[in-house]
Design a protein around this ligand. Structure first.
Ligand code: NAP
Length: 318
């Protein structure tokens, strides 16, 4: 049985972009990242109580996990929580691919346990959920969650874990002002009703909701996110302008407003931080409370964009 409850900070730090090579324009995000910046991000976040770090082996095929381990070397293992993922599509050919994948993650992360281990997507719910049980029993995995699963898939995973005395403790899905399918499908209500933590990813739509990118200042040429977002940036202008105005009234940025919205909706955002200043934004977001009227206005502006940001790896939630 899992006996210690999953306790997490109000915001988690995402490190997908840390799996890029760090060269401008290269990779999924195409941001320029330096080891010095990543160390400073870790230092700032940890001293501010933001101690939950999300990664996955597939983020740069181990590069994100290794960069995270290097950034956290000056801290004791008990001071932070690690969240990483098993991605079915890269399962090896051994007898127990998920156990092998976990060992690889532990090596990359320089640890002997992970706090939160995810099945990255519902490719074969019955097979991969069952394989989590020995990992929980071994103590190498403290808590488990499912990502990109719909309500039926969450229920199936929960039944499998329940037979061994465990449960789905967390759900991690795409959830932003522009993409609210988990809310529409009742997944967020289900999590709230059952004491399951809902982690929202891509709350900033990979930078498209930060106000930094627009038709005159597109995402880095050659990156995957540029291909996904640059064409729709003009449609987002009215929304990001309103986020900018709401932020200005609070000494906050549009990104802070997006984060504050996700918190107000009862979720735990996982924010992909790439600069030390982003951590300051997360702290501001904690104090930037939105009224019900402002939330409704932002959602209505988001709907009016007509933009669908479902990732190529996601299936419809309803
Ligand atoms: N389970 C899944 O399938 C899944 C899928 C996607 C993501 N995730 C997780 O969720 C995390 C978050 O998603 P994401 O990283 O893809 O996208 P995101 O959080 O929506 O956006 C991250 C980007 O926004 C910019 N940014 C971050 N904080 C900012 C701030 N305070 N002000 C201005 N700009 C800011 C950075 O872009 P610049 O570098 O250009 O400044 C950064 O690369 C990932 O890192 C990963 O851990 C999980």
């Amino acid at each position: 049985m899992t006996n210690d409850p999953l306790v997490t900070p109000p915001v988690a730090l995402g490190t997908w972009a840390w799996g890029d090579s760090g060269q401008a324009g290269n990779g999924y995000f195409g941001s320029r990242l330096t080891e010095a910046d990543l160390h400073e991000i870790a230092e700032k976040a940890m001293t501010s109580g933001l101690t939950l770090w999300d990664t996955a082996t597939v983020y740069g095929m181990g590069r994100s996990e290794r960069a995270l381990a290097r950034a956290l070397t000056q801290f004791d293992r008990g001071e932070y929580q690690l969240s990483t993922k098993f991605t079915p599509q890269i399962a090896g050919a051994g007898d127990d691919p998920i156990a092998d994948a976990l060992e690889q993650s532990l090596t990359n992360l320089g640890t002997d346990y992970v706090d939160l281990y995810w099945i990255h997507n519902p490719a074969d719910v019955e097979r991969w959920t069952q394989s989590l049980i020995p990992l929980l029993e071994s103590g190498k995995v403290r808590h488990v969650g499912v990502s990109n699963h719909d309500l039926d898939e969450i229920a199936r995973a929960d039944r499998i874990l329940g037979r061994a005395g465990y449960r789905v403790e967390a759900v991690q899905n795409h959830y932003s002002l522009l993409y609210r399918s988990s809310e529409e499908a009742g997944i967020i209500d289900h999590c709230r009703a059952n004491g399951v933590r809902f982690f929202s990813y891509m709350v900033l739509e990979q930078g498209a909701l930060t106000g930094r990118y627009g038709p005159q200042s597109p995402m880095p040429a050659g990156s995957v996110r540029a291909a996904a977002y640059n064409d729709v940036l003009p449609n987002l202008q009215a929304l990001t302008d309103r986020m900018t105005a709401l932020g200005a009234a609070r000494g906050a940025s549009p990104a802070d407003i997006a984060t504050a919205w996700a918190v107000a909706k009862g979720t735990t955002p996982i924010i992909g931080v790439t600069k030390p200043g982003h951590v300051d934004g997360l702290l501001r977001a904690g104090g930037a409370e939105l009224t019900d009227g402002e939330i409704a206005e932002l959602e209505s502006l988001a709907d009016a964009t007509g933009v669908d940001t479902r990732g190529g790896w996601e299936h419809a939630m309803q």
